[in-house]
Design a protein around this ligand. Structure first.
Ligand code: GMT
Length: 387
């Protein structure tokens, strides 16, 4: 198949999933065309089946906000037409699904019928999409997609609860490349960070409010009073400065390391004992899956789709959002010498269920289903006529 993938090219979960999916499909022989405003962060290798088309965003003094959606739709038209794509797969509804709708309508006037698959990732539904300033467009563009997927059952239900959706939504969970995310021997690194054998707790995110990093630091502050430990914070974003101040206030600075954005997060995860994800909202929790694949159990909130991934009492423990005291108890329980190896083993076993080699075929089957519907309606891309 020739597939166009539209996503946010940054380090956010939806962009990571989209890019990794494209890479996995390319290695199976599909031709993948990424259409984004800059090279996706994880598009880090060259393959004869991978192509990148940059969306040029021209500005003009009149525009306080350059109309990205129009530039994107125009680029999609161009790529579908000249690269003879079979299907467009857009990740994150806003504004990708509505831009795809516009591209589809433009192409239709030229006799080209292109199916559109939209994957919902989370904040496009639970935070931004619900906002009245976007809701009508989000509802419309989801209903006009030819296929819709969500990354968890919880996100699927949230979508039905908050929008008037008539389309069937299929759940295809996120996935991980276990060849990359696996426990590696990094003892020298562990020695440097935890020279006295301290336990290592870790949180990785984009440092947005919704991640509740404050809870991470407050939980750690209690844990370190009972067990010698260090906290590693990976990532960057709007909350970073406030979190540095909180550490100063609590006097934890010596035990907390802000590592910033890291490409090889699996190397750091490899030396860690516990992952903290106290999020306010989380449709899936890809960062927790990455930790589990590196044999790190998870202390999490019960937000959104997290309980579909982190199995309470097996791969980690779950608390109500904001229940710091419970998270502290849970962390101390998992870190006990007799418990930690069991949780670690369960974490990697669970992660194996989300291996890319199991999830990629679900997307391929979904694309086939959507294409079949088009064929049954006698619509085919690039025939320049209906058949
Ligand atoms: O978590 C974020 O803010 C990034 C966001 C995104 O859209 O890039 O992540 C969402 O999509 C990820 C991939 O599907 C999920 O693993 C995250 O749980 C989800 N984040 C939220 O729902 C807050």
């Amino acid at each position: 198949m020739k597939i166009g993938i539209v996503c946010y090219p940054t380090f956010g979960g939806s962009g990571v999933v989209a890019t990794e999916l494209g890479k996995a499909l390319a290695s199976e022989g599909h031709e993948i065309h990424f259409i984004t405003y800059t090279q996706p962060a994880r598009l880090d290798f060259i393959s004869e089946n991978l192509f990148y088309h940059e969306v040029p965003i021209s500005s003009y003094p009149l525009f306080e906000y350059p109309p990205y959606e129009l530039a994107l739709a125009s680029k999609m038209v161009n790529v579908v037409k000249y690269e003879q794509l079979d299907l467009l797969h857009v990740h994150y509804a806003i504004p990708h699904a509505s831009a795809a709708y516009m591209a589809k309508q433009i192409l239709k006037t030229q006799g080209i019928y292109i199916p559109v698959v939209t994957t919902l990732h989370g904040t496009d539904i639970t935070l931004v999409g619900k906002d009245p300033s976007y809701e009508p467009v989000v509802t419309f563009s989801i209903n006009e997609s030819d296929g819709v997927t969500a990354v968890s059952e919880n996100l699927k239900q949230d979508t039905y609860n908050h929008f008037n959706i008539k389309k069937e939504i299929e759940v295809i969970p996120n996935f991980i490349d276990l060849d990359r995310f696996k426990k590696q021997k990094k003892e020298h690194f562990k020695k440097a960070i935890a020279p006295h054998g301290e336990k290592l707790l870790i949180h990785t995110s984009n440092f947005r409010k919704v991640k509740r990093i404050e809870d991470v630091i407050l939980v750690f502050n209690e844990v370190r009073k009972k067990i010698p430990s260090k906290l590693l914070l990976v990532g960057d974003g709007p909350e970073r400065t406030a979190m540095e101040s909180l550490c100063r206030q609590l006097g934890t600075c010596d035990d907390v390391r802000f590592l910033g954005k890291l490409d090889a997060v699996e190397e750091v995860l490899s030396v860690c004992d516990l992952f903290l994800m106290p999020s306010e909202k989380e449709s899936f929790g890809l960062a927790a899956l990455e930790a589990m694949a590196c044999e790190v159990p998870v202390i999490s909130s019960n937000a959104g789709g997290i309980p579909e991934l982190n199995i309470h009492g097996k791969t980690g423990l779950i608390s109500e959002i904001g229940d710091i005291a419970d998270m502290v108890q849970n962390a101390l329980y998992i870190l006990k010498d007799e418990n930690l190896p069991v949780f670690k083993k369960n974490a990697i076993e669970r992660a194996k269920e989300f291996d890319v080699t199991s999830i990629r075929p679900k997307y391929e089957a979904f694309y086939q289903k959507v294409l079949e519907q088009y064929k049954n309606k006698n619509l085919l891309p690039h025939t320049n006529e209906t058949i």
